[in-house]
Structures are given as C-alpha cells and as structure tokens.
Ligand binder design. Structure first.
Ligand SMILES: [Zn+2]
Length: 425
C-alpha cells in the first residue's frame, strides 16, 4: 500500500525538523507542500509554536491538511480549532499516527490506520524515523521532481515552499508606556473590575475613532477612498480589546483585534505578544486579563500557555466557545463573566437581535455606540472615585494608557466633563 498524503506529510515534517533542529508544522495539499512553520518560542511560555507560525504566515488554504513533527499542546489545539483546515491535523508517536479534526468548533482526535510502507517508520526508533524521512525528502516522493528543501526565512513571504521563522507583527501597535503606579494597597475589588472592563471597551472605542480619523485624513490627501484594509488597519479589526494587569496593580499589556494583519491576531493574542516582545518567562503572578469577549479556543490556549494561574474576566459571552482550555482550567487558570457588567449584556442582546455572527455584530455601528457608552462609564467612574481610594490611582493609570493609545481620549474626556458642567448649570 503506497503512502497516503498525511504519511508523506509526516515524513516531510520530521525531515524538516531534523534539518532545522526545531519543531515543524507543514501544510500540504495533494499537489505538494504549500507552507511550513517552525517553533521560534524561546521558552515554554512563549506562544510562537510551529503550528502558530505556520497558520499566522502560511499560505494555507482550508482544503489541505497539516502535519506536525511533535505532539500538539493546548495552544496548537486551540489554534487549529479556530483555523479549521478540513483535511485534519496529523502527528505521530513511536507507535501510532493521530488525526484531529474540527467540526462546529468541536475538536476530535483519534488514531488512524497507516500503510505498511509507513509502518516501519512509525514503529521504529526516532532516529530511524528521521533517516527515513530524510530519504523521502531527498527523492521528493510527493511529485517525483528534484527537491529543494524549503528555506528558513525571517521575512514575511508568500510562503510558497518557504518556512517563515516568525509571523509578522503589526508595527503600529503602541507598547504600554511607562505608567504611574502600581497603586499601593491594590487588590481586585468590584470597582477595579469595573474600571478595567470599561477600559477594555474604551480601547476599542477610541481606536475605532482613531482609525476613522486617520482614514479620513488619508482620504483628503490622496483624494481616494481608503478601505478598512489600508495602512491604518490596526484600528479596524473585529473590535475586541484586552487589558493585562499584574498582582500588584500595574497594567502591563493591552491588545486589540487586528483582523487584516491575520485572522489569528485577536485582542488577547496581541496583548500577550506585545508583552513578549520585551519579556520572557511566565507572565507576572496574579495576572488578570480583562477582555471584552469570551476568549476563543486559540486565545484560551494562548493565555493558559503564557500566563499560568491567570484570571480572565470577560464582558460578553460567546455561546460558540465551550470547553476551551480556560473552561477546563488548564494550568490553574480561571474565568469569570461579569454578570453585572452592562455593555457585555447589551452587545450579546444586539447580536441576538441582529441574528449576526459575533464578530459581524461587533463591527456594526450599534456596537460602536454601545462601546461609546462604556467609554463614558469609564469617565464617570473616574469622576466619582474619592481620591483617597487606591482605585483612583488605578483609574489614572488606565487613563494614561488610553491616552497613549489614542491622543483623542483626552479630548473626549474634556468633552465629557464639559457635558457634566452643562448638565448641572
Ligand atoms: Zn481569540
């Protein structure tokens, strides 16, 4: 029995793993290998696994299959779940080949049969497996033509046969500035939750406004219509925002879904990536993640990997996401939905009313307006906290971050204060 496509893919992945000295993921269609990714994470907490790098930069369609040189972890599983490649995900141990598929967000994995030709490779030792894989690689059994091993590149490329070391990062993301704080006496109170949850929505709202302003100015310069995917697209994702705070009350990360830089760059992922640009190891102890929408499978896998023991607080529920790594409390991570929090409920009701997908609904003008309400609620909290409370310092820190993300935040705050004065006179 000749080798099937996934068996060839597994040979290929193991051969490349030996060539590169790193874990490898390859995307394969019947006509050949279309894309590859190698692990570039420098420790177990970093999120650049081979599969993540493959799916982030790879020329992956949906009809092919993915083969790994390693056993997938939570992050890989979540990543695959959100990028369902219909041919399935394959990996091999010393005695078995495994296949995972995703149908309606449900991950199923099981052992698959392998051909007699593959049997010695699978059942033999690791070394033998790699030798056989290299033999296959040299003769390129995929289509019989002379084979040139894919190059390893640090550049974003079209991925035709190339391995990309690391996925591209949107350069326009603002790093967390040097913020005041942390406030002394910090502990996670309901007021802390309210400040940071509204901050997450406020980030979405101001960056939305920021994007619109930049697009308008670009319009008037060039005289042409600028679409959402044009240069300032960091501000035109699916409108999900996230904030990270450590156990001492210092805000240390933020993220915004940047859809057009890659469907996998969600708010939570961006927050983690921004931090990991200059830090390694696990995220600080007591990390709390405030995010506007319940984390998807990929982001759940990302958070349990990067921040063991973290608490994730989200505003809006997502019925499509059940039994994620966070739901299963992997690495002692926990989640809380803010039942008292109004914006999340209103956004969910809006989605039901619109009968839209979650992300589609979040891109609507009505959603923008609801997040504008959350921005005002954020301002209102700031006005009303007695300065003696530590939450007042925390609010100041949050406002500094918001102003760093968008200079217009301060203008909007002045408008808000003016409105208050007008209302009372
Ligand atoms: Zn996500």
């Amino acid at each position: 029995m000749p080798l099937s496509l996934h068996e060839k893919g597994l040979y290929f992945a193991h051969a490349l793993a030996e060539l590169t000295g790193a874990q490898v993921a390859v995307y394969i269609e019947p006509t050949g290998v279309k894309a590859g990714g190698i692990r570039t994470a420098t420790d177990q907490y970093q999120i650049r696994t081979a599969l993540v790098n493959l799916l982030r930069n790879g020329n992956c369609g949906r009809a092919g299959l993915i083969c790994l040189s390693y056993v997938p972890g939570e992050l890989d599983k979540g990543m695959f779940q959100m990028n369902s490649v219909t041919g399935g995900l394959f990996w091999a141990t010393a005695t078995q080949i495994y296949k995972a598929t995703v149908a309606s967000f449900v991950w199923t994995a099981g052992v698959v049969a392998y051909s007699d030709d593959a049997r010695p490779w699978v059942t033999s030792s690791e070394t033998n497996r790699i030798v056989m894989a290299n033999t296959w690689l040299r003769y390129n059994l995929m289509d019989g033509r002379p084979f040139h091993p894919p190059m390893v590149s640090t550049e974003l490329s079209d991925m035709r046969g190339q391995l990309v070391r690391e996925y591209a990062f949107p350069h326009s993301m603002v790093a967390v500035p040097d913020l005041t704080g942390p406030p002394s006496g910090y502990r996670p109170t309901p007021l802390v939750d309210a400040i940071l949850m509204n901050l997450a929505y406020a980030i979405v709202r101001v960056s939305w406004a920021e994007g619109a302003i930049k697009r308008r100015s670009l319009d008037s310069e060039t005289g042409r219509t600028v679409t959402r995917s044009d240069p300032y697209d960091v501000f035109s994702g699916h409108n999900i925002g996230s904030v990270l705070i450590d156990g001492n009350g210092k805000i240390f990360g933020w993220g915004l879904n940047t859809n057009s830089h890659g469907a996998s760059l969600h708010g939570e992922t961006m927050a983690v990536l921004t931090w990991q640009r200059t830090n390694s190891g696990p995220m600080p102890e007591g990390t709390r993640v405030y995010t506007t929408l319940k984390p998807c499978y990929m982001c759940a896998g990302t958070l349990v990997t990067a921040a063991p023991g973290c608490t994730v607080i989200y505003g809006q529920d997502d019925v499509n996401i059940t039994n994620s790594a966070l739901d299963r409390r992997v690495n002692n991570c926990t989640t809380e939905v803010r039942a008292h929090e109004t914006t999340g409920h209103a956004l969910l009701a809006l989605q039901t009313e619109q009968d839209e997908s979650t992300t589609g609904s979040l891109a609507s003008d009505e959603a923008s307006s609801l997040m504008g309400d959350a921005l005002n609620e954020f301002f209102e909290i700031g006005v009303n906290i007695p300065p003696s409370r530590f939450e007042s310092d925390l609010w100041g820190q949050a406002m500094d971050l918001l102003s760093a993300i968008s200079p217009h935040a301060k203008i909007l705050y002045r408008f808000y204060l003016k409105g208050l004065t007008a209302g009372t006179s």
